[in-house]
Design a protein around this ligand. Structure first.
Ligand SMILES: Nc1ncnc2c1ncn2[C@@H]1O[C@H](COP(=O)(O)OP(=O)(O)OP(=O)(O)O)[C@@H](O)[C@H]1O
Length: 300
């Protein structure tokens, strides 16, 4: 009774936004859709919240068909779109009242569900939404999506453009909402947030690359990754890409992540090769696999 998606495809003229997507979200699960810009996340959210019709396939949300039972779905889900969910000229309180009214409820009726989040923005209840900070807008948008006590909550990139502290707080709030029995589908381009979901689907160019728990996805990655650094990152990447034994090379924070094709790889050989290529201050160390590494490997 969570979410079921089977063989969903959606085209915009000749753009294949979604290609034969299938997955299930269990009731009460916190499920993440992880993928870069343009992967098709928003298109999928719009189909599941009945705002767009797929070209092919079938999907149900809380047991209702997204096409046949669209009215029932609209009453049972909360949707926090990536952009423009708030009325910028209405105050915090007016926005919340508006969303409560269109769902035939009141702030008081479901106050318990939003209380913990709302108290944080209540001091600014007379401020127009357009004048709130990114983190406060996000909290208000979440309250608005929750005010009618939905069974399933859809959050499209809720933490994009939000500072790291607010991002962390936001995920703690999501966990508490989940504990109240609400099924959550959340999308994010931030790979570090993937680890906070029960299960994730890695998605790219409208296709699902893998579905599993974040732990299992990392475990399935079998290669040893090395953090490599040198005095000039651009020159380093160029040299690593030209190295005949490279399996993968990509920038990763302050390092470059490198994997080698050989089973008996000795980092000393790479060190020598880089020195011969005029690199200095070379540092090569083993490192742990992250979801981002797994994604890069699957997306190759
Ligand atoms: N209305 C539209 N008309 C034409 N192409 C579209 C339309 N909406 C989306 N697309 C294209 O479909 C693909 C998937 O877009 P979608 O917005 O679903 O991805 P996304 O993962 O949500 O990324 P983003 O975070 O950039 O919105 C992209 O190639 C996008 O350019």
């Amino acid at each position: 009774m969570g979410i079921s998606v089977s063989n969903i495809s959606k085209n915009y003229k000749n753009v294949k936004a979604l290609q034969n997507i299938s997955f299930n979200v269990k009731e009460g699960e916190l499920f993440g859709l992880i993928g870069p810009d343009g992967a098709g996340k928003t298109t999928l959210f719009r189909i599941l919240t009945t705002l767009l019709i797929a070209n092919e396939g079938k999907a149900t949300v809380a047991g209702f068909d997204v096409v046949e039972d669209y009215k029932k779905i609209r009453n049972s889900v909360g949707y926090m779109p990536g952009k423009f969910s708030l009325y910028q000229d209405l105050t915090v309180e007016e926005n919340l009242n508006f969303f409560a009214t269109i769902f035939g409820t009141t702030i008081e009726e479901n106050y318990d569900l939003i209380k913990e989040i709302y108290v944080q923005i209540e001091p600014f209840k007379n401020r127009r939404a357009g004048k709130l900070s990114g983190g406060m807008k996000q909290k208000l948008a979440l309250c608005c999506a929750l005010i009618h006590k939905p069974r399933v909550l859809f959050l499209d990139e809720p933490t994009t453009g939000v500072d790291p502290v607010s991002r962390k707080e936001f995920w703690q709030m999501l966990k508490r909402i989940q504990q109240k029995g609400i099924t959550i589908l959340v999308s994010t381009p931030y790979m570090d947030e993937a680890a906070l979901c029960d299960r994730i689907a890695l998605i790219q160019d409208g296709k699902i690359l893998q579905i599993d728990t974040p732990q299992a996805i990392v475990k399935h990655y079998l290669k040893q990754i090395y953090n490599v650094r040198a005095h000039n990152t651009y020159q380093l990447i160029k040299a690593l890409k030209a190295y005949q034994y490279n399996h993968s090379v990509y920038p990763f924070g302050e390092y470059v992540h490198y994997t080698d094709r050989r089973i008996d790889f000795n980092p000393k050989d790479l060190f020598q090769y880089l020195e011969l290529n005029n690199l200095s201050h070379i540092d090569i160390k083993k490192t742990e696999v992250t979801i981002e590494d797994a994604f890069m490997e699957l997306a190759k």
